[in-house]
Design a protein around this ligand. Structure first.
Ligand SMILES: Nc1nc2c(ncn2[C@@H]2O[C@H](COP(=O)(O)OP(=O)(O)OP(=O)(O)O)[C@@H](O)[C@H]2O)c(=O)[nH]1
Ligand SMILES: [Mg+2]
Length: 196
């Protein structure tokens, strides 16, 4: 995929604010700080399209990015960061849940997990949730630059087992830092997009 155009077209917290371009949406879900916004920057080859930070809880709204007038990448607030107050967490949880239950343009959900760690209870809930929606499901293992390549398989097996994935489900190692895995993920997205 050659990204010619990538722009933030809408920031939303509630359904009336979602864009209605009709473009298929690919959603980034995952724990706070797992690398969702960095993923969008890497995928679109833009340094600062989606805002990232070393302090978790950076993304507090839903951001819709139009890519090539072909599809939307949707950046969600992260879940499960203990230092964010319970009240804020509930608020973001509702924003995420409402979006996932309401948007009629969602085509695929990308669940991002850190390649180094066993997925959390929240990740398992999210994976189960995604499975019971009609959407295609891609698991991306972020920050792959933080471990050696020879360790990928061991870590990916743990992720697959914990999230209860089938043998046919892929987990794609990804590094925004090293810019690896980008083509693999685009290929998956395009396959899903072109499938009726
Ligand atoms: N080494 C390494 N660091 C990464 C990678 N991706 C993201 N990071 C770092 O992880 C931190 C969090 O990244 P973000 O992209 O802001 O994470 P997020 O999931 O959008 O976080 P929230 O908006 O809080 O939900 C930042 O310090 C990034 O630089 C990666 O591939 N490799
Ligand atoms: Mg973010």
């Amino acid at each position: 995929m050659i990204v010619k155009k990538a722009e933030l077209v809408r920031t939303a917290v509630e359904p009336g604010q979602y864009p209605d371009t009709g473009l298929p949406e690919f959603v980034l879900a995952g724990r706070s700080n797992v690398g969702k916004s960095s993923f969008i920057n890497a995928m679109t080859n833009r340094k600062n399209l989606a805002r990232t930070a070393s302090t978790p809880g950076k993304t507090r709204v839903i951001n819709f990015f139009n890519v090539n007038d072909e599809l939307m990448l949707v950046d969600l607030p992260g879940y499960g960061y203990a230092k964010v107050s319970k009240k804020e967490q509930l608020k973001w949880g509702r924003i995420i849940e409402t979006y996932l239950n309401t948007s009629s343009f969602i085509k695929g959900i990308l669940l991002l997990v850190d390649i180094r760690h066993k997925p959390t209870e929240d990740d398992i809930l999210m994976a189960n949730y995604i499975r019971q929606t009609q959407n295609d499901f891609i698991v991306v293992a972020t920050k792959a630059d933080k471990i050696g390549r020879s360790k990928y398989k061991k870590h990916i097996d743990i992720i697959k087992k914990t999230l209860n994935l089938g043998a046919e489900d892929d987990v794609i190692p990804f590094s925004a830092e090293k810019r690896s895995g980008i083509e693999d993920v685009w290929e998956k997205i395009e396959t899903i997009k072109n499938r009726e």
